[in-house]
Design a protein around this ligand. Sequence first.
Ligand code: HEM
Length: 152
Amino acid sequence: MTRLTLLFLLCGLLLAALSTPVLSGPVQEPAAQEEEGTVIEDQMKAMKGGMRQLRRGLRDAENLPAALPIILEMQQAAHISKTEVPRMAAGIEDEKERAMFVTAYRQGMIATQKMMLELEDAALEGNLEKCAELYNALKDAQDKGHDRFTDG
Ligand code: HEM
């Protein structure tokens, strides 16, 4: 075997050794997946959709019957959300403080549910003024709730 042949052989072996782990190594993980939405996020989106529909839906008495199923859907979404734990809770190290945060969130959602029940009642009564008042109160609860219980 000439020196040149030996050199070629060695190069070949070296190349094979270098490429093997790449070719037969574990399949690379796909790029990090988008974070999944929480139950609260999904339900809040439904509430947002409801609020959007109610913005016009509470203006005329003749639209109130159509607003009722929307209000019921929002009540359901609030009901599902209230026993969940907001994302932000994970960042609170102190156990007592975290428990207080979760309780305060639940109470905030209970207050929201009460408003939604009152809104249903006002819509049944055809009380447009009360409906508008409660719609605004819900908007306010949304802003305050997000200030306190979300990072965003
Ligand atoms: C009608 C009233 C409300 C509406 C329409 C509403 C709507 C929303 C929307 C659109 C999001 C973002 C969802 C996403 O795309 O990720 C959200 C998130 C959130 N909302 Fe509300 N919200 C309302 C009231 C409240 C109240 C009263 C509270 C607290 C007592 C609250 C607590 C939260 C929390 C904690 C999140 C973050 C989700 C998580 O941590 O998992 N919201 N909300």
